[in-house]
Design a protein around this ligand. Structure first.
Ligand SMILES: [Zn+2]
Length: 165
């Protein structure tokens, strides 16, 4: 894997800026905590939060880095979110209809909670990315390393929704 330095990041006196805009990284234990507080109701909440964040990040990065095509845009997004510590994201398939993402070393494994809360948040994050890059998508987690001991990745399908006319 290439050595990746996060572009556009400045950090000084407790203020982190990404391309000039102040940001805050969401620690995974906050997500687990939200999951515990909201219990069964946490799934839509975490997906919603992830989606908002994913959309905002990809819009900002796209504007500053100006990738030339979907493959570059996807690589940019995956490299950036891998660099922020969620785990190692790689694309298995990239097309205008669907993108399949594998996530190794999901940070949830470190938490030791075996909870899906972070997977829900990351599904949301990828929905925000997909809505921007493929327009109106649904995201499904096909395999999950948190609940399935035989799987060493969480595998997400980002699929374009059929538009009803
Ligand atoms: Zn998972």
């Amino acid at each position: 894997m290439k050595d990746f330095r996060m572009r556009g990041i400045e950090s000084k006196d407790g203020i982190v800026k990404l391309f000039g805009e102040r940001i805050v990284f969401v620690p995974p234990n906050i997500i687990s905590l939200l999951g515990q507080i909201y219990g069964e109701g946490s799934k839509p909440l975490l997906k919603y939060l992830g989606k908002k964040m994913g959309r905002r990040l990809i819009e900002n990065w796209e504007e500053h880095v100006r990738p030339n095509n979907l493959e570059e845009l996807t690589t940019l997004f995956l490299d950036m979110i891998s660099a922020t510590g969620w785990g190692l994201f790689t694309a298995e398939e990239i097309s205008e209809e669907r993108v399949i993402i594998n996530l190794k070393n999901n940070v949830s494994q470190e938490e030791g909670s075996f909870s899906k809360d972070i997977c829900f948040f990351l599904s949301g994050l990828l929905t925000g990315f997909g809505d921007f890059s493929l327009y109106n998508v649904k995201v499904e987690e096909l395999d999950c390393s948190i609940v399935d001991p035989d799987s060493d990745v969480c595998r997400f399908l980002i699929e374009k929704r059929e538009v009803e006319l």
